[in-house]
Design a protein around this ligand. Structure first.
Ligand SMILES: [Zn+2]
Length: 438
């Protein structure tokens, strides 16, 4: 396919099931969905495909600047596009840390020049993620990167006074603090979920209460100062209960769950395979069930990947030495299909909400409020739910391969993606960087 035919003119997407409902045509011109035209320069047969709005990930580690051996903005957004994403929020634990206007503007610019997805940088809450004093939150918010989400993710903002000040600060520009809820004192040396299994395996435990106690503290702080709080990667049944209670009180709290916490359990740690080592750790089947119910009933607002690339040497070692984290952008939609759609807990319109419009709303990202509507930006993912595959390294398009799903059968497949009317994926293949760059 030539550059011109892929990226210019009028595109007709014929017969897609809109949000999993009735089949209809979609027309794209000049980056937006438009009314039907007389003729199309490109017609894409979408019979049997579900049309979803481009997915939005509120929790991605792109690793650039500083850790380009793990991922770059280009490779990470290629991974995102292949998974059906058109926007990602890039976590702040880079080197240098995203704690100044200069660094967040650099990351946003790298995203624009790659073109595969909109990159919205997340700003650090504290200087250098050290948890000692507040970063230049206002300067990042008013920078060209227009940062609205602040997080020390990877680290918990453990000091309650710093957390209070950060929450107060973000209210001045409608921002949100995204907390990695992990009491550091309760998790010193932690290697896996604390319980009977960790005791038997001789691995230091990461107790559920270390997450739940921070969430309980922070929802009360958010209530006290009237701020928005977002809870990253909720992983326990008790956390779902705390968030449910906070929402019932009218506290402005939102929460995310990762695909891996919706599908996998701590039993995988029995293998001592570091691909299953992640923070927060995989929990119990009872936790998985509670997280699924919480996502289905709206207590948990969104699915976010926590895509955490690591080079082979950080994972091909003993469990105790291995880095925490899993890549997830390429597999997220398939895992959500398996855990939530195939089980009848969500339909495709719900998936569009929890993986696109709601994360965009939490992150104050424009262009996703009215999915697939005429006049809206043409962020479009066509997904084939009937396709299946044994997930393989050829399905990974980032720089790292630390996926927990390699060799596992996963349902569904992303077939076509448009980011602001420009194709990034066609016929289940990523377009080349020179075809995608603006
Ligand atoms: Zn985290």
């Amino acid at each position: 396919m030539t550059h011109d035919s892929a990226q210019h003119g009028v595109t007709l997407v014929r017969g897609a099931a809109l949000l999993g409902g009735g089949a209809a045509d979609l027309w794209i011109r000049d980056g937006v969905f438009v009314e039907p035209a007389d003729r199309a320069d490109l017609t894409v047969d979408a019979a049997g495909l579900v049309a979803l709005p481009g997915l939005v990930d509120l929790h991605t580690h792109l690793r650039e600047p500083g850790y380009e051996q793990s991922e770059t903005v280009l490779t990470g957004t290629r991974a995102a596009a292949s998974g059906g994403y058109t926007a990602v929020f890039a976590m702040a634990n880079t080197l240098p840390v995203q704690d100044t206007a200069g660094v967040v503007e650099q990351v946003a610019a790298l995203g624009r020049s790659a073109g595969y997805a909109t990159v919205r940088p997340i700003g650090a809450v504290t200087v250098g993620l050290k948890g000692e004093r507040l970063a230049e939150i206002g300067a990042m918010a008013s920078s060209r990167a227009r940062v609205r989400v602040f997080s020390d993710d990877g680290m918990c903002v453990a000091d309650p006074l710093l957390m209070r000040r950060a929450l107060e600060y973000v209210t001045t520009f409608d921002g949100v603090v995204a907390q990695h809820a992990q009491d550091p004192r309760l998790t010193v040396g932690a290697q896996m979920n604390e319980g009977e299994r960790s005791a038997r395996l001789g691995l230091a435990g990461w107790p559920a209460v270390a997450e739940e106690s921070i969430i309980a503290r922070d929802v009360l702080l958010a209530e006290h100062v009237g701020a928005r709080l977002h809870v990253c990667h909720v992983s326990t049944a008790g956390s779902v209960d705390v968030v449910r209670w906070a929402k019932s009180r009218g506290i402005q709290v939102t929460a995310e769950v990762t695909p891996h916490h919706l599908l996998l359990t701590e039993a995988l740690a029995e293998s001592y395979d570091p691909r299953y080592k992640v923070n927060p750790p995989l929990r119990t089947q009872e936790d998985v069930e509670a997280l699924r119910r919480g996502l289905a009933d709206g207590t948990i607002d969104i699915v976010a990947t926590d895509h955490a690339p690591h080079p082979a040497e950080a994972k091909e070692c003993a469990w105790g030495e291995a880095a925490n984290g899993m890549v997830g952008l390429e597999s997220a939609l398939a895992v959500v299909q398996q855990a939530m759609v195939a089980t009848g807990l969500l339909d495709w319109a719900d998936v569009a909400r929890v993986m696109s419009s709601r994360p965009a709303e939490i992150g104050r990202l424009d262009g996703y409020a009215d999915p697939l509507a005429v006049g809206a930006p043409a962020h479009l993912t066509l997904h084939d739910p009937a396709a299946g595959r044994t997930f393989a390294t050829t399905d990974l398009h980032g720089r790292s391969a630390n996926s927990p799903y390699l060799g596992i059968e996963l349902p569904g497949r992303v077939v076509h993606v448009w980011h602001a009317g420009r194709r990034t994926v066609a016929d289940a293949a990523l377009l080349a960087p020179e075809e995608v760059a603006p």
